[in-house]
Every structure is written in structure tokens, then in C-alpha cells.
Design a binder for this molecule. Sequence first.
Ligand SMILES: Nc1ncnc2c1ncn2[C@@H]1O[C@H](COP(=O)(O)OP(=O)(O)OP(=O)(O)O)[C@@H](O)[C@H]1O
Length: 340
Amino acid sequence: MAGVILEQVTQRFGRHLAVADVSLRIPNGEFWVLMGPSGCGKSTILRTVAGLMPVQQGRVFLGERCVNQVSARERDVAMVFQNYALYPHLSVAENLAFGLKMRGVGSAVRQQRVQWVADLLGLTGLLTQKPGQLSGGQQQRVALGRAMVRSPQVFLMDEPLSNLDSRLRDQTRTELKRLHQQLKITTLYVTHDQTEAMTLADQLVIMHQGRVQQAGTPQNLYQHPDNKTVASFLGNPPMNFLPPWLLPNAPGEVTVGIRPEAIEITAPETGMLRGRVAVVEPLGDVTLVQVQIEATELWVKTQSVPVLGEWVGLIIPRQFCYYFDSANGIRLTTKYSNPI
Ligand SMILES: Nc1ncnc2c1ncn2[C@@H]1O[C@H](COP(=O)(O)OP(=O)(O)OP(=O)(O)O)[C@@H](O)[C@H]1O
């Protein structure tokens, strides 16, 4: 059964095309993540599904039902924003119960639901506090709880963790994953954060300029990007693209890409390429190294810790290279399987 379907949805602001012919079919109970550069249309998609923006072209379904003409209030979705906007004068319990009260749910059921969600999110001890007395992470959990309390058909989350510091963010992310595994509510989640995208998504959708570039499991997108946009968006540091002069045997119309972890550092005289270490960033388990080869910089992820300024050789294993059409960025899988 489908949870959420977008069928050829196009949305404009005046003449500006914010979402261009987007089709997605999200099965019931799955967690999908939308990712892409700022302004690529992620929030507009979320707002369209929520009913906060009318569908200009195309159709949106929640379950089997086309909701193009259904108001936001009547859609069974709950949205969590990055600015959680709790009511400051209400207690945590009252904040959690607010939406239920507005919907005319009786007090006994309200209490029961609030207790359920407070247990689930570890908020039981905070029910009488006001938002101002809570930490950012606790406030974020209340915001999540407010969305969860009525068990909506769909969750829409727009960067819900972006205001948290990195530790809390990690904790809350893990919490979200656990909750999803438990509740299995169809979720559409927008983020800029790669770790969130890679760890939470059943399916990851990469967008660019209002269009879907590729959708698939995070692993699949990382290993088999369809084009340069997707390849350069995932991975930190991102994929290196080698200029043609670095690889004299590569045909000019092909751009060769290689991930930082696929490059090996060796002695200057044994590498295929030779350059100077320009940046060294030890991360504990691995080190990020930027090697400068004339005007080109390549990132390498390595276990070794080279010395800043030293000359090193680089090995670019062929089997880990990606080949892209230089004109349109589309990945070539057969024609140039072995240009170097
Ligand atoms: N209310 C609006 N009026 C005019 N243009 C808008 C409006 N809202 C969004 N846009 C434009 O539509 C495009 C898509 O915006 P959207 O907010 O969906 O992008 P986004 O991918 O969510 O970006 P971000 O990651 O920065 O939140 C952008 O170019 C934006 O400037």
C-alpha cells in the first residue's frame, strides 16, 4: 500500500520553477529522505504534501486518496519544523495535548495519548515544566511528541534536528530511527546532513533545481550515482573529479571521478601521480589529506598521517574510478569502462 504518492508535481512561485515534474511513490511505513542544495525545492515538496501550498500541477495522494482538494487541517499528516515553536506559556503536557484538544479529543483520551508519547520519548519527568525550562534537545523531543501524539498517517519533517548541537543531534537521530522502527509511520524527511540522510533513509532522494536527480537506498546512491551531481553530493569529502590533463590516456569528453577513500598514498616515485601534502586533518580513525598536484587538489582518506608539505605519490585504482560524460555529467557505464 502506498503511503504518499506525488504524481508529476510542478510548483512555481511566480515564474520561478521550485519543483519540476516530481514523481515519488513512497510505500506505507517507509522513511524517505529528501536531500539537495539550498533552494532545490525540498521544503516546497513537504509543504505541498502537508497541504500548506496548493498543488498547481500534478497530483498528491495520501494512501489511496487524492488530496489535491483536501485542506491541510483535514489531511492526516503531522509536520515537524526546525523551529519547533512550542507554546511558551503552556506546560509540556499541555503542549503535547494541544493538537488533540483542537481536534475535539476528550480529556481522558488526551491524557492517555500524552502519557504514551511521554513514555516513548522520555518526557515523563518533564510534563509539568514550561518550554523555557527545557534544553534544546528536550524541546525538540516535545516538538516531535506533539507531532506523534495523534499517530498521523504521515510525518513530514523539515530539518528537525538542525538546531541541536552535534551530540544531541546524534542522540536524537538514533532516537528517531528507533521510533520509526517501532511505529512504522510513513515519513518524508528533509535534511542537509549526510549522516542523517545515510543512517535514517530507507530511500534517499537527491534533488537539484527542483528535479529529482536520483532515488534509491543511500548505499546504492553512494556506490552507483547516475550523474556528477549525485556523485559530488554524497561523501565527505566529496568525490574527486580529475582534470583530463592528469590522466593523459582518458578521452577528453570523459571526466574521471574517484572517492577519497579509494586513492592510495604511496612513495613519490611509485605513484601514478605525484603531489605535495597541502592539508592534513586527523579525525581519529582516519585522516583527511589534501594533495596538491599543480593547480588541482585531490582529497584522500587514509589511515596514514603524512607530513604537511611532503611529496607523496598517489595510486588511482582503476576498478574504483567512475566515468562521466563531461558535457552533461551523466555517468558512463559501458563505453569508457577503462580509459586509464
Ligand atoms: N514563498 C516563496 N516565494 C517565492 N519563492 C519561494 C518561496 N518559497 C520558496 N521559494 C523559492 O523556491 C525555491 C525552492 O525553495 P525551497 O524552500 O523548497 O527549497 P529548499 O530545498 O527547501 O531550500 P533550503 O534547503 O534552503 O530550505 C527556492 O528557489 C526559493 O527561493
